[in-house]
Design a protein around this ligand. Structure first.
Ligand SMILES: [Zn+2]
Length: 180
């Protein structure tokens, strides 16, 4: 298990559609362990493999009082209702915006043992699951806000980088963010 570097906005892997996993093997379990270690160190509530540079359909979510879930090859079967709430992303630190999501989702995925699980989620957990599955499809929460708002957020992002280049960030446990 190891702490991985985070890929930040601008890294091409964040825009890739991640590949299905053929089977849950030790390699997938090691990836899941790295996702958990990195997410916890960064105080996230979810993390997708793209964010640590791996384009495979493996993500995790961890929402207080709603449990931890491993999502291998997740598929959304049902969505219901609507919620609007603030999101952030470990790949776009310090940038937050209100995002429209389904209030409730039913998702089917494999867990780290390879068992097929059906997860019914609402509220924050449903939001986190939708955010992470978006990552696996190369979609970022900034894509889900209006064009004017997005332009402003991107300007804030550029300013916050203070001329830094490169798309990799070491995780230090003081970091925090609202969403993976
Ligand atoms: Zn994210």
């Amino acid at each position: 298990m190891s702490l991985r570097q985070l890929h930040l906005l601008g890294s091409p892997v964040l825009r890739q559609r991640a590949h299905e996993v053929a089977g849950v093997d030790d390699g997938v379990r090691a990836l899941v362990a790295d996702l958990f270690e990195t997410m916890r160190a960064a105080n996230g509530v979810g993390l997708a493999s793209n964010q640590i540079g791996v384009a495979r359909r493996v993500a995790i979510v961890s929402v207080q009082d709603q449990g931890e879930h491993v999502l291998v090859n997740p598929v959304i079967l049902e969505t219901d209702g609507r919620q609007v709430g603030e999101e952030g992303c470990l790949s776009i630190p310090e940038i937050f915006a209100d995002v429209d999501r389904a209030e409730r989702v039913v998702v089917e995925a494999l867990d780290e043992s390879g068992a097929r699980r059906r997860i019914e989620a609402s509220g924050m957990l449903a939001r986190a699951i939708q955010h992470e599955i978006d990552h696996l499809d190369g979609i970022l929460f900034l894509d889900r806000v209006g064009p004017l708002k997005r332009r402003r957020l991107l300007a804030d992002w550029k300013k916050s980088r203070k001329g830094e280049d490169g798309y990799l960030k070491d995780v230090v446990p003081e970091d925090s963010a609202k969403l993976g």
